[in-house]
Design a protein around this ligand. Structure first.
Ligand SMILES: NC(=O)c1ccc[n+]([C@@H]2O[C@H](COP(=O)([O-])OP(=O)(O)OC[C@H]3O[C@@H](n4cnc5c(N)ncnc54)[C@H](OP(=O)(O)O)[C@@H]3O)[C@@H](O)[C@H]2O)c1
Length: 231
């Protein structure tokens, strides 16, 4: 049975990925900050042992190691999805603050800590894919409107990390993808997003399935449409 470890699984894109993968027969290790309050996630439990929920706070540098102590199976898909876009780091004049440090921890450093903790288990799996939930707002070329200092920097940093991972982990047969899900109607994306959560997740899962058969997709930054995005 294929196994995914996904963060930010209690709402938005992470919740829908969990739902879809459970429907497809996967074993899902779902990480979220407060499992006891994750009603929507717990409601997906097929009660057959395929959904395991773990406490995980990406702000904590030791969180990935603590997860590793609990999850020992091979991991076909490691999906670093959790992310934040706080208002406090958007605007010039007041963006350099403690919230920015916190944002870099969650959006940039935590995904690397996860991969460092779980690379051996990904390498031991059949599919061997790492998906990093990035954003086209991390693209330098795409930045024509400025602002969003924390979010843009954190996703650009994630892209740099993903590119190095794609090189360093190639000898172990691992494919690393940087993914932009589109502008999606989640709590983060807001009501004007262009895609529903279901549309974005279905398209992301198709892209990931293609990458499993196509090593040339390793280390690239993809729009959910399958187009390459500029760094
Ligand atoms: N929606 C879009 O249009 C869009 C576009 C580009 C990229 N993305 C990226 O897609 C990913 C998911 O976004 P979304 O739209 O689904 O956003 P969302 O609905 O706001 O969900 C964010 C998820 O991240 C989790 N999270 C936040 N801080 C965390 C922490 N410290 N530790 C663990 N989990 C934490 C949240 O958990 P809590 O409930 O505990 O806060 C929640 O599960 C993010 O990385 C985002 O940057 C989204």
């Amino acid at each position: 049975m294929s196994h995914v470890l996904i963060t930010g699984a209690n709402r938005g894109l992470g919740l829908e990925h969990t739902k879809r993968l459970l429907e497809r027969g996967w074993h899902v290790s779902a990480a979220c900050r407060q499992p006891d309050k994750a009603e929507a996630l717990r409601a997906l439990d097929p009660q057959d042992g395929r959904l395991n929920i773990y406490a995980y706070d990406a702000k904590d540098l030791n969180a990935a190691k603590a997860l590793k102590a609990q999850i020992t199976d091979p991991i076909d898909l490691l999906f670093a999805n959790a992310g934040i876009l706080p208002d406090e780091t958007k605007s010039f004049g007041s963006a350099a603050n403690d919230t920015l440090v916190h944002q870099l921890m969650v959006n940039t450093i935590a995904p690397l800590a996860l991969v460092e903790a779980f690379a051996d288990q990904v390498a031991a799996s059949e599919m061997k894919v790492i998906a990093l939930q990035s954003s086209r707002m991390g693209s330098m070329r795409d930045n024509e409107s400025g602002g969003y200092y924390g979010y843009r920097a954190s996703k650009a940093g994630l892209n740099a990390i993903g590119k190095s991972l794609s090189i360093d982990l190639t000898p172990r047969g691992i494919t690393t993808l940087l993914l932009h899900p589109g502008w999606v109607r989640t709590d983060m994306g807001g009501p004007n997003g262009l895609l529903t959560i279901t549309e974005a997740v279905d398209a992301q899962l198709d892209l990931i399935a293609r990458a499993m058969k196509n090593p040339a997709m390793n280390g690239r930054f993809f729009h959910v449409s399958g187009e390459d995005l500029s760094w």
